[in-house]
Write a protein that binds this ligand. Structure first.
Ligand code: BMA
Length: 330
């Protein structure tokens, strides 16, 4: 049995796997947990991130407005399921050259060294990776953008590795990006990033077609005694456009650009109506997990059809077994 390395979270949102269910990830029966009009300005609330906070939960939520502008909003929850989202977006303190807002979307959040760090796709003459922190989800501080445009899906590791901060990302273009592989970059100070290493890329359609067009890192990697568990999204281009599914891989603990395991089968994909139909149909897009080191339970927060937010469950054992049962052999 493998183990999650991290804190215990006895109040992790949870439902047991339905009897006879044959997939490694199962949905919360009350999905979607966040509806599209949950704050007055919003057209849609999806691709959002949460963390344990003071015995309860806090998060940063992507709320696209009714003018369809993208921004991120703080939110709080007692149980990780019912959320109060602040109607005002995150306001960042910092250098006005950097904090000037074009658009912000697809946040990730993690706790490291006494602060809650946030990464997101930040408009700065094209999409790049914004980086900021807070210690109370009220006052937010913005750091320099991590990379040159164009880049999306910046995901920090939750601790330094060999003395360096590390971030996964997916270099992109100004449009809807018909390509995309995952890279790992290092920084001594969260400002200067280098040592950009290739982690993993798309897969030929005859081997694993759901991830044949582009892939990108999803939630913050989960530390285990066998390596970093990476939940990621994979995209196929079909006659009706892109379809976004979810996969899983295991990265080396000290050199996380080395892939130890990866599943050829997806772990979650658009199947329920709220995943199949919405502003952008056929999207399941994970941006956060909660984990309980005592039980190996994992709760996954994911955007559904770019419209609402869903919750799903799995365990470390389920995902490790699935990678062994359906290995990607390249
Ligand atoms: C990506 C991002 C995501 C979105 C996805 C599907 O490029 O914009 O936020 O969920 O497309 O539309």
């Amino acid at each position: 049995m493998s183990h999650i390395i991290g804190q215990s979270l006895p109040n992790i949102p949870w439902q047991d796997k339905p009897q006879g269910y044959d997939m490694p990830v199962w949905r919360y029966t009350g999905n979607p947990i966040i509806q599209r009009h949950q704050i007055p300005s919003s057209n849609s609330i999806f691709n959002s991130a949460v963390v344990p906070y003071k015995g309860k939960f806090a998060g940063v939520f992507r709320c696209d407005s009714k003018s369809i502008s993208m921004d991120i909003f703080p939110g709080f929850s007692d149980d990780g399921i019912h959320w109060n989202i602040n109607p005002d977006p995150v306001h960042f303190e910092g250098d006005p050259d950097v904090t000037k807002r074009e658009y912000r979307y697809d946040p990730r959040v993690l706790y490291m060294d006494g602060k809650y760090y946030i990464t997101w796709c930040n408009g700065y003459h094209g999409p790049t990776i914004g980086l900021g922190w807070t210690d109370d989800f009220k006052t937010f501080h913005q750091l320099e953008n991590a990379f040159l445009p164009y880049n999306r899906n910046g995901v920090l590791f939750p601790r330094k590795i060999n003395g360096m901060y590390m971030m996964l990302s997916r270099p992109s273009d100004t449009g809807h990006t018909p390509f995309g592989d995952i890279f790992c970059s290092q920084s001594p100070d969260l400002t200067f990033w280098g040592k950009h290493r290739y982690v993993m890329g798309t897969v030929n359609g005859d081997v694993s077609a759901w991830q044949s067009k582009k892939i990108g890192p999803g939630p913050v990697p989960i530390e285990t005694d066998e390596g970093w568990l990476l939940i990621y999204h994979g995209v196929i281009n079909t006659c009706n456009g892109f379809v976004y599914r979810v996969g899983v891989a295991l990265l080396d603990i000290d050199q996380p650009w080395i892939v130890k395991k990866r599943s050829a089968y997806y772990i979650l994909g658009p199947q329920e109506l709220y995943e199949l139909a919405g502003d952008v149909p056929n999207v399941t897009f994970p941006c956060a997990t909660l984990t309980d080191a005592d039980t190996g339970r994992i709760a996954i927060y994911y955007g559904c059809a770019d419209t609402v937010t869903g919750l799903a469950f799995t365990t470390l054992d389920e995902l490790m077994q699935y990678m062994d049962d359906h290995p990607l052999i390249l």
